[in-house]
Design a protein around this ligand. Structure first.
Ligand SMILES: Cc1cc2nc3c(=O)[nH]c(=O)nc-3n(C[C@H](O)[C@H](O)[C@H](O)COP(=O)(O)OP(=O)(O)OC[C@H]3O[C@@H](n4cnc5c(N)ncnc54)[C@H](O)[C@@H]3O)c2cc1C
Length: 328
């Protein structure tokens, strides 16, 4: 089916749904291509305590459900599918899903960045119940607890240092004894007395799924092959983020890590905007994603207004010419 739209939004996390709320309230009848993770990353966490307006916190899936209802209320249309390709070389831009072709005057890209995970069944089952992929978001829940951070890059070092403000001990687990992290970050972590190290070690399992919360971690030394179970209250997976930008390679500018490069929320193509984690390697929070989603919707509206105005002007100069032609 071919759909014609003024505003199409890719992604239904906090950036995409906020963009939808603003575009819908501006009467632009936006279309949201939700992607296969409807509601985005917050749907895999439990308590969200830092989103303004919820003094007692709110469950991640519930927050996203409320945002979706708010976008729906003002007339947003939703398609539960992934965008499979985009063509941005001319307007209207084209977005293809498995069963639709969308022609759109403006495009707001909010496809997010997926936290890379270890891929363990226990990790996904205990996500939000002692397992986290975001120290800024969840560190507060681990006051005086013993936590493990998995990873050897700058993010792992940064998150470990951050967690020492809350946790009683932080142990960095890394599969090698050398680090991808910058020397200065490793030194900073090394000089912190609360941080301990478990090197040449991989995580085999997070315990205990049957209890529904983290009680320990099963690790294997890659050199000695020794396996041991260690008590733990929390596990932070900090092995990187993968921005969801494969669709835009060769059409938009990406940085080395694959994030979309924007000026504010503008990409290098007029009428194409990017908001949220897909263009933000630094803050990666629901509120910043929502903020940039709002900015992108406003930019799209201004772009459409400017084009409508330009069209009206060119029509009004063309009509007298046409009339003059007929007069002779
Ligand atoms: C475990 C965890 C806990 C967190 N806790 C907090 C917290 O407490 N507070 C906080 O502020 N932040 C938290 N965050 C971070 C927060 O979730 C993100 O910053 C926020 O979700 C980013 O929103 P987004 O809309 O940019 O992207 P995302 O939420 O990543 O959403 C991306 C959307 O794009 C869609 N998509 C992807 N590819 C395509 C495609 N090809 N076509 C169409 N759609 C596509 C997906 O289906 C999804 O709907 C947490 C993150 C994690 C992983």
């Amino acid at each position: 089916m071919t759909i014609r739209k003024k505003v199409t939004i890719l992604g239904s996390g906090s950036a995409g749904l906020t963009a939808a709320i603003y575009a819908a309230r501006a009467d632009l009848e936006p279309l949201v291509v939700q992607g296969l993770q409807a509601g985005g990353q917050l749907t895999i966490t439990s308590d969200v305590e830092n989103f303004p307006g919820f003094p007692n916190g709110i469950q991640g899936p519930q927050l996203m459900e409320e945002m979706l209802k708010q976008a729906e209320r003002f007339g947003t249309q939703f398609i539960y599918d992934n965008a499979e390709s985009v063509e941005l070389s001319q307007r209207p831009f084209v977005v293809r899903t498995s069963s639709n072709e969308i022609l759109t005057d403006t495009l707001i890209i909010c496809t997010g960045a997926s936290a890379q995970l270890l891929g363990l069944d226990s990790e996904s089952k205990l996500m939000g119940h002692g397992v986290s992929a975001c120290a800024t978001c969840d560190g507060f829940f681990f006051k005086d607890k013993a936590v493990y951070v998995v990873g050897g890059g700058d993010t792992a070092m940064e998150e470990s240092i951050f967690l020492t403000s809350f946790a009683s001990s932080v142990t960095i687990i890394h599969r090698r004894d050398s680090f991808r992290a910058s020397k200065i970050m490793v030194e900073r972590a090394r000089s912190n007395p609360k941080i301990h190290w478990l090197l040449n070690t991989v995580v085999e399992e997070i315990l205990d799924v049957s209890q529904g919360s983290v009680s320990g971690i099963r690790v294997r030394n890659v050199r000695t092959r020794e396996v041991q179970d260690l008590p733990a209250d929390g596990v932070f997976v900090a092995i990187g983020h993968q921005p969801n930008t494969e669709l835009f390679v060769g059409q938009l500018d990406l940085d080395e890590a694959g994030y979309l490069i924007t000026d504010g929320v503008k990409t290098k193509i007029a009428g194409v905007y990017a908001a949220g984690d897909v263009q933000d390697p630094l803050y990666r929070q629901a509120i910043t994603a929502a903020g940039t989603g709002c900015m992108a919707a406003q930019e799209a509206r201004w772009f459409l207004l400017a084009h409508e105005e330009a069209e009206r002007e060119s029509n009004s100069t063309q009509i007298p010419q046409a009339a003059a032609k007929h007069a002779h």
